[in-house]
Design a protein around this ligand. Sequence first.
Ligand SMILES: Nc1ncnc2c1ncn2[C@@H]1O[C@H](COP(=O)(O)OP(=O)(O)OP(=O)(O)O)[C@@H](O)[C@H]1O
Length: 703
Amino acid sequence: MNFSFFKDLNIDLSNPQKKIVKHKDGPALVLAVPGAGKTTTLICRTAYLLLKHKIKAENILSITFSRASAKDMKARFYSMFGDKFTDKIYFATIHQLCLKIINRYYYKKNVSFKILDSKDTISKNHLIRKIYYDINHNAPSEDILEQISNNISLVKNLMIPKEQFSFHDFNVEHFSKIYEKYEEYKKQNRIIDFDDMLTVAYKILKNDEKLLNQYRNQYKYIQVDEAQDTSKIQHEIVKLLASPNNNLFMVADDDQSIYGFRGACPLELLDFSNTYKEGSVYFLEENYRSSKEIVNISNDFIKSNSSRYNKNIFTQNEEFLPVNIIKVHDSLDQINFIIEHLNSSNEQTAILYRNNISALPLIDKLNKNGIDFFIHGFKSNYLTHWITKDILAFLDLSLNHYDLESFERIYYKMNGYISKASVSYIRNNPKSITVFDYLISFPGLKSYQIKNLNRIKDSFNALCKMTPYEALEFIENDLAYHNYLESNCTRLKSSYENAILLFSHLKLLAIDEPNIISFMERLSEIPKIARKSKENKNIILSTVHSAKGLEFNRVFLIDLIKGQFPNISNLDEDDEDNLSDLEEERRLFYVAMTRAKENLSIICPTFQNGRYIKPSIFIDEVNGTNLKDYINKTNWTPKAMKKTLDEDNSSKHPYEEGEVINHTKFGIGIILQITGDLMKIDFNSIGMRILSIDMCISENLID
Ligand SMILES: Nc1ncnc2c1ncn2[C@@H]1O[C@H](COP(=O)(O)OP(=O)(O)OP(=O)(O)O)[C@@H](O)[C@H]1O
């Protein structure tokens, strides 16, 4: 009888896998390597319970951590067994299950509630921002907002009582107070957030025995995929539901635990044999997914981590292609390299990145090249990032010289030397005068101050006539926004690498835009393009976190640069906290590599925003790879810039290529190239700059 079940499958399960599939009653833990068939075995066991043990579909609950994995699990089940079952099998995330429990309970009690971040509530970020401001009297950066949000998740997932907050380093000023206010607001407004789904459901199950028993009677068999990412409270909920029969089946790989920052507790798995004395532990060490090269290289790589079970991963798969490390010149070259390869073969491909912001220029350029893709959960928070808001304020002010709000946002972020007193003065501006003209009318200004204000006024006059790319370069260099960007990161204790990545990606977006308005429109269009991207595409864009549990023929792992992956600034390997963060980042990199079946390329830009950047330390740690250069393959002249360069008006100015000039601010330099209104000049003091000829003449900048 058993024989026919396994014979009928379209997959030839190994003996260890079959043994696991046949496991029926009592607790079981399957510990396995990537691609060992954990999900496959769980799916087959579900079918085996239904077909062989005649368990009803409604009595089986299969849960996992992310929506993408739950969807994938369901799709794989129906593709293998869809023709054999008409009953619905419940594959859900643990949060979906908890919400179901809460809904049922509140419905019974006739109590209504709302979910934070839904249409009819305030957004979570907005709420935290407001509370942070009320308590600390300054606005939090995006990094701090994220840290607060992660801390809230951590507290709830690890079930840390308020009294023990002082033992934890939350890295946020007055976190305890912020947390208190946040909880108070939700309580008063009958709102629950994503993490409350767990705490509230747990409380309900603990206090309502009748309801708990209803669930226990319903879900007689509970299966948990990706159990290494289950947090303390999730373990408690699962234990509560599974008890007293404990028909609990968990599959896990400790090397793929990547949610420690949000309270995942892989250590609970170590305790499995103590919690369930009668439990069975199974091991799966054969990888069926990836080529020999990918298996060997990733296995070697993860051995650098010290807190892990040592496993003997092996594969019988053939050798296929070497794992490549591709050195590209910069982010634009990285995209060009990817597009070139996407165009040359239509095999199923994932482009994976550590940080959401890496997706911004990808969405833009793939869309402009007419390449269809699906993107997993893109976050549009770059639009509310202080850098984006600053840049938009510069551009808004350049378009509208009466825009006091934008002026107030940026006047101290450039080399304007504008005093607070004069800013207070212009708040009484009669509105019929531009911000700059009113500033100049401030009583008692010295002649050099007036000259300076005229310089700023002229800069903003010039700014609105530039292409968006030139404008961003001008803001960065000529208006010295770069200095502010650097000092503000230090002040906010937020990652300078992330800030520069965002800034340079905004510039990448600007490259193809003909004018400032179209650049602004494109910025707000990107989230819409992301939302419209449809599933079932051959090309997937995803953070590594969201790609867990999935597999692809070809993987491009991008932005392998210092500070991005591992996503740790000022890495100090002697610091224990740093070390555990580094190990989690290493697991994340391991998850990324092991998503690939045949073709894995790790891409490493060498310049960012015109400056040399160091590669990720992981590049040194992956041995046995093939190093390839893709440097200078493409002509890096931004289109928008090229357009201006091509509009030749050389006859209207006195400069010549090769001429040595003396600039009032930058000193001696040589003109390397003149095209249209632009001159590329190599200055002795500051290196290369591109300047507008019009500006140089009208401002008398060159002697
Ligand atoms: N016995 C087998 N023979 C051939 N292919 C198999 C076998 N078991 C699993 N596979 C295939 O190997 C791949 C990996 O399986 P699966 O996704 O279930 O592994 P996993 O352990 O859950 O992976 P991960 O933890 O890395 O996400 C799938 O394509 C699956 O179809």
